[in-house]
Design a protein around this ligand. Structure first.
Ligand SMILES: [Zn+2]
Length: 350
């Protein structure tokens, strides 16, 4: 995020706190044309940062005569006014309530707030259990902007409603091995528009490491970089650290039928099946993706694993829409929530 954008957000937040209006509104654009380039500056000579599509809405940062700066992928970008409609949008329910901002107290140790509404942004502060916080605004479907004892930043909505007596307690002290599929010279599947499975699995695995660690789990990673690791050493690792759960992260591909989408989970035997079912249920629920169910899978990382183990295929990169969606932080957050909740349910049931 650019500094300018950050200042804008802080300025807006401050404004909302000082001048609570009955109905706060922020302008946003609706894309009129079928596709529209988002550019690095005001003019077609600037580099295209990406493409947005008809009917999508984006928050406006500022307007000039012919161009509009919008919030785009947690940064900012410029679009031509010619191809959009501007509309007013109520910011959210919480800050339009001018009497009180919703407040809460952190229920677990080491809850974190981040610099941006994304699991891949840096951690701004770790909070002790019992810290008083207030919700400033709803930043997205999954994130709140919160203010906790003079620190302001973004927190997962799930973490705010987390209570130590139910699901998250089951994560405390659990040893979890997260296996980012493929890596190094083994790129895994290649998406229809060129995404590598090995990059997506690592992105998801690193976000999972973060989320699970913050909930008190002992997380081990079979790889943390773009490195090639033998399958047998991945399994050996799970067996050596006596993992309470081993989760292998993969993305699927079926180029012959590019319309195929959805999430599926594999198990080898014994307790694996219950782990697979817990993961599958939660990830389908949180992501809203097609539920392809669980199945027996004769994979080496499962077959040679003496610890509870499951392999989850989090979507098809042979489908162009899925490939694009899977690369967004917002959707990755949903997948991560799903896996975390699936593990919680598995542990809580033991
Ligand atoms: Zn794979």
């Amino acid at each position: 995020m650019r500094k300018q954008t950050l200042y804008y957000i802080y300025a807006c937040t401050l404004f909302m706190l000082i001048f609570p209006l009955p109905a706060l509104a922020a302008d946003e654009i609706i894309v009129d044309s079928e596709t529209l380039n988002v550019r690095d500056g005001q003019g077609t000579e600037f580099d295209a940062l990406g493409t947005i599509y008809q009917g999508e809405t984006y928050e406006i940062i500022q307007e000039t005569e012919e161009w509009i700066e919008i919030v785009y992928e947690q940064q900012s970008g410029w679009v031509s006014k010619e191809f959009v409609t501007i509309q007013s949008q109520t910011v959210n329910d919480i800050s339009s309530d001018n009497e009180t901002l919703d407040s809460f107290t952190t229920t677990i140790d080491n809850m974190y707030i981040r610099t941006e509404p994304s699991s891949s942004s840096s951690i701004k502060a770790l909070l002790d259990q019992g810290t008083s916080c207030s919700i400033v605004e709803e930043a997205s479907d999954t994130w709140y902007l919160v203010s906790c004892e003079d620190e302001e930043g973004y927190m997962l909505q799930d973490h705010i409603t987390a209570t130590p007596t139910t699901e998250n307690e089951s994560m405390q002290g659990k040893t979890i091995v997260i296996d980012a599929g493929h890596g190094g010279r083994d790129v895994g599947s290649i998406g229809i528009n060129g995404a590598y499975e090995k990059d997506l699995t690592l992105k998801t695995a690193l976000a999972l490491e973060d989320s699970l660690t913050s909930l008190g789990a002992n997380v081990h990673m079979t790889r943390e970089h773009d490195t090639y690791e033998l399958l047998k050493s991945r399994v050996l690792y799970a067996n050596t650290v006596h993992a309470d759960a081993f989760v292998s992260i993969h993305y699927n591909s079926f180029p012959d039928v590019p319309s195929v989408t959805g999430i599926g989970t594999y198990y080898y035997g014994g307790v694996d099946q219950r782990l697979a079912a817990s993961l599958q249920d939660a990830v389908s629920l949180y992501s809203g993706s097609k539920d392809r169910g669980i199945d027996f899978g004769d994979y080496q990382v499962l077959r040679q694993n003496v610890r509870p183990a499951a392999l989850i295929e989090l979507g098809f990169i042979s489908n162009a829409d899925s490939e694009e969606l899977l690369q967004t932080d917002a959707y990755q957050d949903k997948l991560v929530h799903g896996v975390v909740n699936g593990l919680s349910a598995f542990f809580a049931d033991q």
